[in-house]
Design a protein around this ligand. Structure first.
Ligand SMILES: [Zn+2]
Length: 230
């Protein structure tokens, strides 16, 4: 599998205790760095289709968890300038509110209009569950609701199939991976899965400290892991 990068928020910041924010200037330089290496950022659906067709060379998956409003106002305009795509993982029960699950700084989440706008701009809208709960702690009914209700709400909103999922906090055991598959999702992103699969895809964290040297190290590490698996 090609490299998949994991972002959350792109914005100016004073404090960022959970290291989820990349400043707009840094983000722009990271995109320029990818482009200069002949790499193109794409959403997960496009990445997996290209991979299946043997055409994923030169592609990098770009993912944004939580659906922050700055995805619409800052990330997407920059992505479009570079001709890149991305997948954004939206928390369906929190649309238009803020990251209430987090004890860090409050950040606004995209409104329904913003979600429709980014979908219209070619970004892939996917599910990050209903309430951003850690799924291994849910009972079977709540787990099903988190997966099925979030997808139904988002499909209605963007008027298109929603085929991707990302596990809140990267928490997933075999039970949740199977439930995501059973709920009809085509693929799902994890962070560091013990057993990588189409429904537990690994991703590399990207933060504000990731300049050219660190990005290059991440790319190389991915390349080495990939080769060691073959
Ligand atoms: Zn999240």
């Amino acid at each position: 599998m090609p490299l998949v990068l994991m972002y959350h928020s792109v914005d100016h910041f004073d404090e960022d205790p959970h290291l989820v924010t990349v400043s707009p200037g840094r983000f722009e330089r990271q995109l320029a760095w990818l482009k200069a290496r002949g790499l193109r950022g794409v959403g997960m659906g496009e990445l997996l289709d290209a991979h299946a067709a043997g055409r994923a060379r030169g592609l990098v998956g770009l993912t944004f968890d939580d659906g922050y409003a700055d995805f619409a106002t800052r990330a997407v305009p920059a992505l479009l300038r570079y001709g890149f795509g991305a997948t954004v993982y939206v928390v369906s029960g929190r649309i238009g509110t803020y990251n209430a699950w987090d004890d860090g700084p409050r950040k606004p989440l995209m409104t329904a209009d913003q979600i429709r706008t980014v979908a219209g701009a070619g970004m892939e809208v996917a599910s990050h569950g209903r309430h951003h709960v850690s799924l291994p702690g849910t009972d079977d009914t709540e787990l099903r609701e988190e997966l099925e209700e979030s997808r139904a709400v988002l499909e209605e909103l963007v008027d298109a199939p929603v085929t991707g999922f990302a596990y809140p906090y990267g928490h997933a055991t075999a039970r949740e991976v199977e439930a995501v598959r059973a709920a009809g999702y085509d693929h799902a992103c994890d962070i560091r899965p013990e057993e990588p699969s189409r429904h537990a895809l690994p991703r590399a964290y990207v933060g504000d400290r990731d300049g050219p040297l660190r990005l290059r190290a991440k790319l190389l590490r991915h390349e080495l892991r990939r080769r060691s698996r073959v």
